[in-house]
Design a protein around this ligand. Structure first.
Ligand code: NI
Length: 226
């Protein structure tokens, strides 16, 4: 499932994040790339332990926990501390699949990357091209969202960022280990939850709403891996 989650950050949060990012020193993005992706990666990144990474990353993590849509779609177990990248002057990131497992720096934790996320930090009008292109069995999806909006997609997908031909593209990216490893099971539960929410709004007292909520939790109990 490829899902657009609007307004994870509000305009003030985006403005504050951009101020911090514009003042920060960037490094070569190959610092966190695997062997294959380093060959096709050409962007700049903020160091993982940079104070701006930690501050904006904390804001993003808190915002994700408040987003009912994110929680329903991702069923998150662990979220990798958000990283930040910058593309300008024709920089791009060629086709790759993200590493399956990531060590969280400075901790004993590892995150299995079930879902990849990009949170856009400036508006599409500020740069040309720079789309995130995600491939699945339905073809290639081009994603370029307003500042503060997030896209979530399975980490198993081949994806790339097309060369930024004008301006600067700023984004945060991170990975989610879901309670459900399997994208198909996760998508079924998301669809079921969405339907239950709609039913609850129209027929809040219908016994079937309670029964379906029970089915949701019993499937989650059966499939969740904690
Ligand atoms: Ni990637």
């Amino acid at each position: 499932m490829l899902l657009h989650i609007p307004e994870i950050l509000d305009a003030d949060q985006v403005r504050h994040a951009r101020g911090l990012l514009e003042a920060a020193g960037w490094i070569d993005g190959r610092a966190t790339a695997g062997h294959q992706s380093a060959r096709v990666k050409d962007n700049l990144q903020l160091p993982e332990d940079h104070p701006a990474s930690r501050e904006i990353g904390g804001t993003i993590q808190a915002a994700l926990q408040r987003s009912a849509l994110f929680v329903s779609a991702a069923l998150p177990l662990r979220v990798f501390p958000p990283l930040f990248n910058r593309y300008d002057g024709g920089r791009a990131f060629g086709n790759h699949v993200d590493n399956a497992v990531r060590q969280v720096p400075g901790t004993p934790y590892r995150v299995r990357t079930d879902l990849s996320a990009t949170l856009f930090l400036n508006d599409p009008s500020e740069y040309d091209a720079g789309e995130l292109l995600v491939e699945d069995t339905y073809g290639v999806h081009a994603v370029k969202l307003p500042a503060g909006h997030l896209v979530l997609y399975p980490s198993t997908s081949l994806h790339r960022v097309s060369p930024v031909t004008r301006g600067v593209r700023l984004a945060s990216f991170f990975w989610v280990q879901s309670m459900l490893r399997d994208d198909g099971e996760r998508t079924l539960l998301f669809d079921l939850d969405t339907a239950i929410q709609a039913l609850g709004r129209q027929l809040p007292d219908h016994p079937a709403a309670v029964q379906l909520t029970g089915v949701y939790h019993n499937l989650l109990r059966r499939w969740a891996d904690l």
